[in-house]
Ligand binder design. Structure first.
Ligand code: AMP
Ligand code: MN
Ligand code: MN
Ligand code: MN
Length: 283
């Protein structure tokens, strides 16, 4: 078991979290995190602030992001770690990936209006910290605030997901492009929370195989969205595909996230932690 308290996945107001990078750093440090990464969706605008705040709290830091990818008609998330935050290639790729979120949000609001929930676009915008990053999470917060649902998990059961009102299919980056932006910027690409995708065994095999082919390096084994059985399952997958292993809470908000920063079991034995491979990239 790896003993370092590394938390390499969470979100700030720069994407769909509710805390600032500075508030997250303070919370991570208070929870005993030793190596931290802020991984906002499709955005690295918070990286310099997060690195400075980590330093102020005596934590080590890896640059991070979580890129939205479309693979086999499903949305997959690829975490990038330890890249140069000033890379023009990565910045352009992320900016292209963010493009289209606004029109998608407008369509989501139109669908919600059609089922009797007006004002969702303006309502979601009130929760948005970054105008380029309006996400389903912001709509979920609006639907809770408006009293339509009790909490955000109820929202994602009844709205905003496939087959439900407010779901707008969207084409994100390709797997190959996302991995290339990250590796081209000197970082490592990691498959986020693999158990969350609705893939058949063949599709999952294709995801891991193609990810390796494109230069992908790691997989999240211990994440806030995996069960203990899923830690074991994806530890096996990491060994099978020769991938290094990552650990991260995927913390978004004190009120919403069930796993807090730094509050996860260690990696199972026999795995290479991503942070060992990234040792020379730690700030
Ligand atoms: P988007 O990038 O706009 O499609 O929004 C995706 C975000 O919605 C994820 O990063 C999560 O924060 C949130 N989300 C998606 N599904 C769920 C769920 N079932 N429960 C809670 N949050 C979810
Ligand atoms: Mn999110
Ligand atoms: Mn994700
Ligand atoms: Mn995430």
């Amino acid at each position: 078991m790896s003993i370092l308290n590394a938390d390499l996945h969470c979100h700030s107001v720069v994407s769909d979290g509710t805390l600032t990078p500075e508030q997250l750093a303070e919370r991570a440090a208070a929870n005993g995190v030793e190596l931290w990464s802020l991984t906002d969706h499709d955005e690295i605008g918070g990286q310099h602030r997060a690195a400075a705040a980590a330093r102020a709290h005596g934590m080590r830091y890896l640059t991070g992001t979580e890129i939205s990818v479309t693979f086999s008609a499903e949305t997959v998330h690829i975490v990038g770690l330890g890249f140069d935050p000033d890379s023009a290639l990565l910045r352009r790729g992320l900016s292209d990936t963010r493009g289209g979120r606004r029109e998608r949000a407008q369509e989501m609001a139109d669908q919600l209006a059609a089922v009797g929930i007006p004002g969702a676009y303006e309502g979601a915008l009130k929760h948005v910290g970054n105008p380029e990053l309006i996400s389903r999470t912001h709509f979920a917060r609006f639907l809770v605030e408006a009293g339509v649902c009790r909490d955000t998990s109820e929202v994602f059961r009844k709205y905003l997901t496939e087959g439900n009102p407010g779901y707008v299919p969207h084409r994100w980056a390709s797997l190959k492009a996302a991995v290339q932006w990250i590796t081209g910027a000197g970082g490592l690409a990691v498959i986020a929370h693999p158990a969350r995708y609705k893939f058949t065994a063949n599709e999952e095999f294709a995801l891991f195989s193609e990810f390796k082919t494109h230069g992908g390096f790691g997989v999240e084994v211990v994440t806030g969205s995996h069960t203990a059985a899923e830690y074991v399952r994806y530890a096996d997958t990491a060994r099978e595909f020769g991938l290094s292993a990552s650990r991260g809470s995927d913390f978004h908000s004190p009120g919403e996230s069930h796993t807090d920063l730094g509050q996860l079991p260690g990696l199972p034995g026999g795995l290479t932690p991503v942070w060992d491979v990234l040792a020379d990239r730690i700030l």
